[in-house]
Design a protein around this ligand. Structure first.
Ligand SMILES: *[C@@H]1O[C@H](CO)[C@@H](O)[C@H](O)[C@H]1NC(C)=O
Ligand SMILES: *[C@@H]1O[C@H](CO)[C@@H](O)[C@H](O)[C@H]1NC(C)=O
Ligand SMILES: *[C@@H]1O[C@H](CO)[C@@H](O)[C@H](O)[C@H]1NC(C)=O
Ligand SMILES: *[C@@H]1O[C@H](CO)[C@@H](O)[C@H](O)[C@H]1NC(C)=O
Ligand SMILES: *[C@@H]1O[C@H](CO)[C@@H](O)[C@H](O)[C@H]1NC(C)=O
Ligand SMILES: *[C@@H]1O[C@H](CO)[C@@H](O)[C@H](O)[C@H]1NC(C)=O
Length: 382
C-alpha cells in the first residue's frame, strides 16, 4: 500500500488553486475535519456487469493494474452461489474501462462452491442452504483488504465474513462467529483466473464478539485499522494490526476510547464506540490525501435507498464529522428493497482515492427478470 505520510505534503499543493496564500491556510488547517463538496453533477457512467451473473452487493479493491470485485448472492442460468468475484480493467488513462455504458466484469468462478467457500458445517455449498429452509448466508460486507507479499507483485487479500444463519430474514445466531478468508494473487495467474481463496480460520472472531474488519478498514504505514460493528453503542469499535500479522489474532490492539490496549472490547462497551465512523449502514472507509482525511462513504443506515453520505476524520479513531448526504442514486422499481449496499471504490479513482474524485456503486433492484444491477457513478470533488 501507499505510504500515506510521504504524500500528504503533495496534497497540500494539489488542493491549492485559488491563490498562493490559500496554500498557507491549507497547511494550517491540514488536520482539521473537512466536509467534501461535490463539483458539478455526479455522472452515472453505466453499470459494472458480468453478463453471466445476476448478482447482489459488490465491493472492490485495487490489485495491481486491475480491480478485484467480490459480490454476494450470484445467480446464473445454472448456478446460485453465496459469493462470486470478478476483475475489471482500467483504460490507458487509468480510469475504469467503461465501454458503451458497461464496465465489463470477467473471470472464471468455480460453480461448485462460493468464491468464499461454504464450509461443511454451514449446510450445503455453493449457497449455504440447509434442508429445512434455513441458510448460512456467507455474504462479504467489505472490500478485500490488500497486503503486498514479497517483491514480485503478489498480494494477499483478506475478507472477514460473519457466519450468519438465516431463517427468512431472521438471524438464528445473532452475533455469529466471523471467518477470515485470504485470496492469493500472483502476477503469473492467467488473466481470467480469480485469486484462489483459503479459509484462514472459520472462527477468527468467536461468536458473541466484535467482527473487526467486517465493517471496513483503512491502511496507513503497514498498519491495518479494522472497524467492527457494536450493539447499540452509536458507532463501531476499532482494532489495529501490522499488515503482516493479520492472521494472528493475538497481534491485534484495540481502541478503548482514549488509548490502544490489548483488551478486546465487548459488543456493548460504549467507551470503545467511535461516533460517526460510518452510520451503521454499508459503506467504505479509505484515506484521501486530497482532503488529508480518512473518509467514510456509505448508506444513511441499514435500509433500502440509494443515498450516499460522507464523513471524514483526521485519524481512524476520530473525531469524525457528522455524516451528510452528497448524492442520491436512482432506486430500482422492485417493491421490496429497490436499492442498498452503497460502496465507494478508491481503487477505481485517481491515486487510489487520494485525488479529486471517487467512484460509487450500489445495488439497484428492478422487478421481474431485470433483477440486480450495479450502477457506477463518478463524483468529482471541489
Ligand atoms: C482486460 O485486460 C486483459 C489484459 O490485461 C485483456 O486480456 C482482457 O481482454 C481485458 N478484458 C476486458 C473485458 O477488457
Ligand atoms: C435447520 O437446520 C440447521 C442445519 O442442520 C440447524 O442448525 C437449524 O437449527 C435448523 N433450524 C430449524 C429452525 O429447524
Ligand atoms: C500514519 O501513521 C503514522 C505512524 O503512526 C502517523 O505518524 C501518521 O500521522 C499517520 N498518517 C495519517 C495520515 O494518519
Ligand atoms: C444489545 O443491546 C440491547 C440493549 O440496547 C440489549 O438488550 C441486548 O441484550 C444486547 N445484545 C447483546 C448480544 O449484547
Ligand atoms: C484505556 O486504556 C488506557 C491505557 O491502558 C487506560 O489508562 C484507560 O483507563 C483506558 N480507558 C478505558 C475507558 O478503559
Ligand atoms: C422496472 O425496471 C426495469 C429495468 O429498467 C424495466 O425493464 C421494467 O420494465 C420495469 N418494470 C416496471 C414494472 O416498471
Amino acid at each position: 500500500m501507499l505510504s500515506l505520510t510521504s504524500l500528504c505534503l503533495a496534497t497540500v499543493f494539489l488542493t491549492t488553486s485559488a491563490s498562493p496564500l490559500s496554500f498557507l491556510s491549507n497547511i494550517k488547517h491540514a488536520k482539521r475535519a473537512v466536509t467534501p463538496v461535490v463539483s458539478g453533477t455526479p455522472q452515472l457512467l453505466g453499470v459494472a456487469l458480468d453478463p453471466t451473473w445476476n448478482r447482489d452487493s459488490c465491493t472492490s479493491t485495487r490489485v495491481r493494474k486491475r480491480e478485484l470485485w467480490t459480490c454476494r448472492d450470484s445467480q446464473s442460468k445454472t448456478a446460485f452461489l453465496s459469493s462470486t468475484a470478478s476483475w475489471t480493467n482500467a483504460s490507458s488513462d487509468g480510469t475504469p474501462a467503461v465501454v458503451n455504458g458497461v464496465l465489463p466484469m470477467y473471470g472464471t468462478n468455480n460453480v461448485n462452491n462460493a468464491y468464499f467457500p461454504v464450509q461443511a458445517d454451514e449446510c450445503t455449498a455453493p449457497a449455504g442452504n440447509c434442508n429445512n429452509g434455513t441458510r448460512y448466508a456467507l455474504w462479504p460486507d467489505t472490500r478485500p483488504l490488500p497486503v503486498d507479499v514479497g517483491t514480485d507483485g503478489s498480494m494477499s487479500l483478506y475478507t472477514w465474513i460473519k457466519n450468519v444463519h438465516l431463517s427468512g430474514l431472521t438471524e438464528l445466531n445473532p452475533n455469529p462467529p466471523t471467518s477470515l478468508y485470504r485470496s492469493d494473487f500472483v502476477p503469473t495467474q492467467p488473466v481470467n483466473q480469480l485469486p484462489p481463496v483459503t479459509l484462514v480460520n472459520e472462527q477468527f472472531w468467536p461468536a458473541g464478539s466484535i467482527a473487526f474488519g467486517d465493517y471496513g478498514f483503512v491502511i496507513n504505514s503497514s498498519t491495518a485499522y479494522l472497524y467492527g460493528a457494536m450493539n447499540n453503542t452509536g458507532g463501531p469499535a476499532l482494532a489495529k494490526v501490522a499488515v503482516g500479522k493479520i492472521e494472528d489474532p493475538t497481534a491485534y490492539k484495540f481502541w478503548n476510547g482514549t488509548a490502544w490496549t490489548t483488551t478486546k472490547p465487548g459488543l456493548n462497551d460504549a467507551n470503545a464506540a467511535i461516533k460517526n465512523a460510518g452510520t451503521g449502514g454499508q459503506g467504505t472507509f479509505y484515506y484521501s490525501e486530497y482532503f488529508s482525511s480518512y473518509v467514510w462513504i456509505g448508506a444513511p443506515a441499514i435500509g433500502c435507498n440509494a443515498a450516499f453520505q460522507i464523513a471524514t476524520s483526521p485519524t481512524p479513531y476520530g473525531d469524525w464529522t457528522n455524516p451528510s448526504t452528497f448524492y442520491t442514486g436512482v432506486a430500482g422499481n422492485a417493491s421490496f428493497c429497490p436499492a442498498y449496499s452503497q460502496q465507494a471504490h478508491p481503487g477505481l479513482s485517481k491515486n487510489h482515492g487520494s485525488g479529486n474524485d471517487i467512484y460509487l456503486t450500489y445495488t439497484k433492484v428492478d422487478a421481474g427478470s431485470a433483477g440486480y444491477s450495479t450502477p457506477l457513478i463518478h463524483v468529482v470533488w471541489q
